[in-house]
Design a protein around this ligand. Structure first.
Ligand SMILES: Cc1ncc(COP(=O)(O)O)c(C=O)c1O
Length: 285
C-alpha cells in the first residue's frame, strides 16, 4: 500500500481526500514536481525544489517551506514506500476557497500533496539494453508559459494522447514557425555531425532538470560539443540522433518520428556516450 502526504499527514494514498472546491481541482491552479529516486538516493533534488519555488513565486502561491522541509518529506515517503525505484510527486495548489472565483482568494491555505510511485529502473548505458522510442510530431498548441511547471496539463495531455493513439510513446512539438519546443512531458535534443543541440530555454519549454544535468555532464566531460539554440523542424527531420529527456526516462533515444526513421533507425553512439556520462554523474546533482 502506498503511503502519501496530504496537508501535514501521512496516510494511505487511497484514503487521501481533498475538497472539490480546491483550486487545483477547479482551475489546475498549482505547481508540481517529480523527483526520481533509486534505492533511497534522489537525483536533482535541489534543482527540482528550486524550480518548484520559482513556479510558486511565478503564480503567487505563498508557501513557506525550506528545502530541508521538502527533503524531510521526500525521505519519509521513500522510507514509507520501500526505497526502491520511486518517483516522488510533489504538488502544491493554491488551496480551497468557499466560492468559485477566478481571482486569487485573500486568505487561503495552499494544499500540499505528495506521493511516491514506482518508476522503471534507471536506464543502463548499453545499446543492447536501450529503450528506444517511436514518437509523433505536431504543432505545439499549449500556452505561452510552458516554463512554469503548472498542474494545468490539459494541453500536454492532449498532445501526449495524439501520439499514444498511434502507438507512440511521446509527441514532439513545433511552434508556429516550425521550431522545436519540447515534447508533451520531455525535453528534446538532436545530434548532428557529433554535435548535441537543444532548444534554448524560454517560455516555450520547461527548464528540465534532466536537460540541465545532461548539458552539465557533457560540459564537464568536454569532449562533445553542445549548442543551445533554435532548432528547426528540418534539422529534427535530418538529425543523426534524437533524444527525449525527463526525470524518469533520463536520456531516451528516439528511433522514429511519425513514420520516418531517425538517422539509420538504430540507437546511436552519441546516446551511448551521453547516457554513460549521465549514469556516472547524476548523483552529483
Ligand atoms: C513538458 C515537460 N517538459 C520537460 C520535462 C522534463 O523535465 P525533467 O527533466 O525536469 O523531468 C517534463 C517533465 O515532466 C515536462 O512535463
Amino acid at each position: 500500500m502506498s503511503i502519501a502526504f496530504l496537508d501535514g499527514h501521512y496516510l494511505p494514498l487511497e484514503e487521501a481526500r481533498i475538497s472539490p472546491m480546491d483550486r487545483g481541482f477547479l482551475f489546475g491552479d498549482g505547481i508540481y514536481e517529480v523527483v526520481p529516486s533509486y534505492a533511497g538516493k534522489m537525483v536533482g533534488f535541489a534543482p527540482h525544489i528550486a524550480r518548484m519555488q520559482n513556479g510558486l513565486d511565478a503564480i503567487g502561491i505563498k508557501l513557506d517551506w525550506s528545502e530541508q522541509h521538502w527533503a524531510d518529506l521526500c525521505k519519509r515517503l521513500i522510507d514509507e514506500n520501500g526505497a526502491g525505484n520511486l518517483g516522488l510527486y510533489l504538488h502544491v495548489s493554491r488551496g480551497a476557497d468557499n466560492k468559485r472565483f477566478h481571482g486569487f482568494p485573500e486568505a487561503v491555505t495552499p494544499t500540499v500533496f505528495a506521493f511516491a510511485f514506482d518508476i522503471a529502473p534507471a536506464p543502463v548505458a548499453d545499446i543492447a539494453l536501450a529503450r528506444p522510442y517511436k514518437v509523433s510530431s505536431t504543432q505545439d498548441l499549449r500556452w505561452d508559459r510552458c516554463h512554469i511547471k503548472s498542474t494545468a496539463l490539459l494541453g500536454n495531455v492532449l498532445h501526449f494522447q495524439q501520439g499514444y493513439e498511434k502507438g507512440h510513446g511521446e509527441t514532439i512539438l513545433f511552434n508556429a514557425d516550425n521550431e522545436l519546443t519540447e515534447a508533451s512531458a520531455c525535453n528534446v535534443f538532436i545530434v548532428k555531425d557529433n554535435k548535441v543541440i537543444t532548444p534554448v530555454l524560454d517560455n516555450q519549454l520547461l527548464p528540465g532538470i534532466t536537460r540541465h544535468i545532461v548539458l552539465d555532464v557533457l560540459r564537464r566531460d568536454g569532449t562533445i560539443s553542445i549548442e543551445e539554440r533554435t532548432v528547426t523542424m528540418d534539422e529534427v527531420r535530418s538529425a543523426d540522433e534524437v533524444w527525449i529527456t525527463s526525470s524518469s526516462k533520463e536520456i531516451a533515444p528516439v528511433v522514429q518520428i511519425d513514420d520516418i526513421p531517425v538517422g539509420d533507425g538504430a540507437v546511436g553512439p552519441m546516446w551511448l556516450a551521453a547516457q554513460t556520462l549521465y549514469s556516472a554523474g547524476k548523483h552529483d546533482y
